[in-house]
Design a protein around this ligand. Structure first.
Ligand SMILES: Cc1cc2nc3c(=O)[nH]c(=O)nc-3n(C[C@H](O)[C@H](O)[C@H](O)COP(=O)(O)O)c2cc1C
Length: 289
């Protein structure tokens, strides 16, 4: 997959053509999950369910911004075993799936939830040892100028209704990336040049990551040999959405660098002193040459 191009193309779509998707299309989605999709944590059991339009009614009141469930012909529900970094892994996998959908000409939208047991009960899932870890709606978007968009007026006043189409503004590379220590930008752009375009493109892809309420509560510190992902505190983002968001941003970066498995993200803190402010934590790092 051309990750850079798919990352630039993907956007959240919240109004879908209602017709059920052809079985052939669903088969292709299933096949990518089984044979193509990348994982952040090897050996942690996951399962992908492809469910139909009845999910909207089932999850009404249990998922979505302000409990507004997006209607769609199909949904992806990723189940995961419990385990270390299970949520980041779920974010990584689901975002890879959504980029595949983008490549297939399908549209999608992440759907938030907080109570996995409530979601499992509402969907009548009896999966031993696995619970819902990520949900997304997908299908062919309604092709019209006015679309369902999230309107974040303030953090306590969020509408999901028909809005003029606009793209959610994202952090710039300059805002997202710091050099050697947090908040230092000294010689950062020279450094990005030195590593050729690839590193810049990876950070650009990371900057386009979707996140809960578009909050993007993370940043990077570029050290001589690594890029370190830092989680920032955010009072609006819950624990699951924060960790899914970290998985998403790691997938975007790794996708553009083609850095999977051993060459990919190493979870956990780093030895370097990054001079992080209170509440910020280094969560993972990746070698950059
Ligand atoms: C973990 C997560 C949960 C989300 N939950 C919802 C949701 O419940 N409803 C919704 O309309 N959008 C949801 N979104 C989509 C974000 O609002 C969207 O990604 C963000 O505003 C950026 O816009 P973009 O995806 O078009 O780039 C969610 C995104 C993430 C990553």
């Amino acid at each position: 997959m051309n990750y850079g191009a798919m990352i630039e193309t993907r956007k959240s779509v919240r109004a879908f053509q209602p017709e059920a998707l052809p079985e052939k299309v669903l088969e292709q989605v299933r096949d990518y999950y089984e044979n193509g999709c990348h994982r952040l944590v090897e050996g942690l059991g996951t399962r992908l369910l492809i469910l139909d339009s009845s999910v909207k009614e089932a999850l009404e009141g249990a998922a979505g911004y302000e409990k507004f469930m997006i209607g769609a012909p199909s949904y992806l529900v990723l189940l995961s075993q419990n385990g270390q970094y299970a949520e980041e892994n779920a974010g990584f996998i689901m975002e890879d799936m959504l980029l595949k959908l983008t490549e297939m000409g399908l549209d999608s939208c992440w759907i938030t939830f907080t109570d996995a047991a409530q979601v499992a009960k509402a969907l009548n899932l009896q999966e031993n040892g696995m619970q819902p870890a990520a949900i997304a709606a997908f299908g062919y978007g309604v092709r019209k100028f006015r679309k369902m968009r999230v309107n974040i007026r303030s953090m306590s006043n969020i509408d999901v209704k028909e809005e003029k189409q606009f793209y959610a503004p994202k952090l710039s590379v300059g805002e997202l990336v710091h050099h050697k220590t947090w908040n230092s930008k000294e010689e950062m752009f020279e450094k990005l040049d030195f590593y050729d375009d690839a590193l810049w493109r990876a950070f650009y892809a990371a900057s386009l990551s979707p996140s809960y309420l578009n909050r993007q509560p993370y940043g990077f510190v570029l050290t001589p040999h690594k890029a370190v992902l830092v989680r920032c505190p955010d009072e609006y983002t819950g624990e699951l959405d924060a960790k899914l968001g970290l998985g998403i941003v790691m997938l975007h970066f790794a996708g553009v660098m083609s850095a999977w498995g051993e060459k990919g993200w190493q979870m956990g803190s780093v030895e370097e002193d990054l001079d992080l402010p209170e509440g910020h934590t280094a969560v993972a790092s990746i070698a950059i040459f």
